[in-house]
Design a binder for this molecule. Structure first.
Ligand SMILES: [Zn+2]
Length: 308
């Protein structure tokens, strides 16, 4: 069992009407699992969700993850946040997706108006964000549990409030609910100066989902700063094909084997950042195929490369 190749999942764009073109590519690659991010409008559209599920089924694809369009916290308060959270969980249940993905400590704030969403969160103290999160999680997880869905919290790049995976693990251990887990975004972890493989080993069974992709690391980021959206794009969160950047993928494979990670490993949008063809489907296909080839090569290399 230990050195079996992992099942793989790829995020596919499902917001426009051409999602079946992406599903067809995954089917042709022999991929059986898919994840996606949807807008609030889409998660409220039962007909659209059912059409997505039917199209995926027809291609032999199962949804494993729904990336929530919202955070768990809203400035409008607990009840408002719970209502949106339930809608996201209902959508995941319709897609039969086990995992829902939520950005750790994210709160929807309307001010300052000129700032971007993530930058607004910088106005809150970590203590206050944790208090709100610990208040919101029990009811959210209870509702999700009844739907057979997990709430998994993801690390974000550069932002002080979300860049430390250990703080996410601490929060999960403190709240201690059976369907509350950690999803590692390998690229974010690497850009934050963490060792993603070490974080996987520290998480152990709390690791319930992945967003795998590559980048060039911290690139001179000053960690005494709170971090802003401008620190993230375009230079750091590059979502590159594994092997294009500087993550130690061989050790990352070994870490997933060490913890006996039981799920398909999910890749989130490796693309050709900055390339003129970045947005076109042929380049998407090329990136997915390269990702799968490289990943299989890293798995193979992890079998025989001696430990340092
Ligand atoms: Zn991610």
């Amino acid at each position: 069992m230990q050195n079996q190749p992992f099942e793989v999942a790829f995020y596919a764009p499902c917001l426009a009407d051409d999602y079946d073109d992406y599903f067809a590519i995954l089917e042709d690659m022999g991929v059986r699992y898919v994840g996606t991010g949807l807008s609030l409008a889409k998660i409220r559209d039962k007909k659209a969700l059912n059409a997505l599920k039917t199209a995926a089924d027809a291609r032999g694809l199962s949804f494993i993850a729904l990336h929530s369009p919202s955070g768990l916290l809203w400035e409008q308060g607990l009840d408002y946040g719970q209502q949106i959270t339930r809608e996201v969980i209902d959508a995941a249940a319709t897609l039969c997706a086990r995992s829902t993905v939520w950005h750790f400590r994210y709160i929807h704030l309307s001010k300052p108006e000129e700032a971007l969403g993530g930058d607004r969160v910088n106005s809150m103290s970590l203590k206050e964000l944790d208090r709100l999160l610990e208040e919101a999680l029990p009811a959210s997880c209870e509702y999700a549990k009844d739907a057979g869905v997990e709430i998994n919290m993801e690390n974000l790049p550069m932002f002080r409030w979300s860049r430390d995976s250990r703080e996410i693990l601490e929060c999960i251990r403190k709240v201690n609910l059976p369907n509350l887990g950690y999803i590692i975004d390998s690229g974010h972890s690497h850009a934050n100066g963490e060792d993603p493989a070490a974080m996987i080993r520290e998480a152990g069974p709390l690791l319930r989902d992945t967003h795998l992709h590559d980048n060039l690391g911290t690139r001179g980021f000053d960690f005494s700063k709170p971090g802003t959206q401008a620190d993230i794009t375009p230079a750091r969160d590059l979502h590159m094909v594994p092997g294009q950047g500087t993550i130690n993928w061989i050790d990352l494979v070994r870490a997933l084997r060490d913890i006996e990670y039981p799920f398909p490993v999910a890749f989130e949008g490796p693309r050709m950042r900055g390339h003129p063809d970045e947005e076109n489907i042929d380049s998407w296909e090329l990136c997915m195929r390269l990702t799968l080839e490289n990943w299989r090569m890293f798995e193979e290399t992890a079998n025989y490369l001696p430990n340092p």
